[in-house]
Design a protein around this ligand. Structure first.
Ligand code: TRP
Length: 333
């Protein structure tokens, strides 16, 4: 809570191109919070460097991610949109929280285990302490809710544990946040292997639909999507491919699975896949044209970054000095 207002906070990494999984599972749902909550959405460039980045690409993607937030409907007048490295309190609070986070807790994080298997030549300490930086992001703003995809739930739960531990020693420091996992679109699966999550870093380009893919590409990828035996459009655990496509179609159209089954009764997978492709392309077209406009105005985005960083810093500074005072760091006035 900040004053009387509840706070919603989330972050997206500027690494890799965002997928419809990121869109449906996270970003699209951010918008609904701005009516009821004070909202902060961050481009987490400091998290991105836990794996090696090409500087020019990281820079470009930072602009792109901010533009994408805005194109997905986040109005910068109603939401604080900013870049993590522009608010130095994140890194400072992360250090402090490292001293309240256990080695064993960090070792149990699934994402750490996955990423260290994938980047075996670069298992750096930042990859290990990634969740304490994420906890700092969240706790700096006295956050109540954290809308994230299901894969980040474990990190938010660790953040809760850290906040509770800190509050136990230094009462009344942090609001303890709750993860909020979107019901619809919470897990969009790969089009090539529907038992695996759709991931922006998948090597198989046909497995993933990116928010910025053009219409033909989107339709082609859905045409090639792996389906199951039989020919019936039905939502069922023994039809993971079809079920995944139905989830996507349902997210974009608002139709229930029953309605979708009815709509495609007597039609084959071909018709169904074409419909999913066209619907997705239509839905993303509006986001894409807005995105292109925003991205063409670099100075506008920079002005936005500056404004966002100033707004965020105001709150971040307050929490950090409260923490420093509680810890016994000398305060000069
Ligand atoms: N770790 C998140 C991810 O990879 C991104 C993130 C960083 C985040 N800080 C956050 C999400 C704070 C929610 C809240 O997707």
């Amino acid at each position: 809570m900040l004053g009387e207002q509840k706070v919603s906070y989330s972050g997206v990494q500027p690494s890799g191109n965002l997928t419809i999984g990121n869109y449906l599972g996270a970003i699209r749902n951010f918008k609904q919070y701005s009516e009821q909550y004070k909202t902060f959405y961050c481009v987490v460039d400091e998290h991105a460097i836990t794996v090696r980045q090409v500087p020019a690409e990281l820079r470009r993607r930072t602009y792109e991610t901010l533009a994408l937030y805005m194109a997905c409907g986040l109005d910068p007048e109603k939401n604080t949109l900013y870049v993590q490295s522009m608010v130095h309190e994140h890194a400072e609070l992360a250090w402090i929280l490292n001293c309240f986070t256990m080695f064993g807790e960090l070792s149990r994080m699934t994402q750490f285990k996955d990423k260290s298997a994938k980047h075996a030549d670069n298992i750096n300490a930042g990859l290990f302490t990634y969740p304490t930086l994420m906890a700092a992001d969240i706790l700096l703003y006295q956050t109540d809710v954290v809308p994230v995809g299901i894969d980040q739930k474990q990190h938010v739960e660790l953040c809760r544990d850290i906040a509770e531990r800190f509050n136990q020693i230094y009462p009344g420091t942090f609001t303890v946040p709750e993860p909020v996992i979107a019901k619809s679109g919470m897990k969009i699966m790969s089009l090539a292997d529907p038992t695996k999550k759709m991931s922006k870093s998948d090597e198989n380009a046909n497995a993933v639909v990116y928010i910025l893919d053009d219409r033909d590409t989107i339709i082609r990828k859905f045409k090639r999507a792996v389906t199951d035996s039989g020919s019936e459009v039905r939502y069922s655990p023994d039809k993971p491919g079809v079920s995944n496509l139905m989830s996507i179609y349902s997210c974009f159209t608002g139709k229930s699975f029953e309605e979708i089954e009815h709509e495609f009764e007597g039609k084959g997978y071909g018709d169904f896949k074409l419909a999913v492709g066209e619907t997705t392309a239509d839905a993303l077209a509006a986001v894409q044209s807005e995105y292109n406009l925003l991205l063409a105005d670099k100075a506008g985005l920079e002005a936005q970054m500056k404004k966002g960083a100033e707004e965020a810093s105001y709150y971040a500074r307050r929490t950090l000095s409260k923490v420093q005072k509680k810890l016994g760091f000398v305060q000069l006035h």
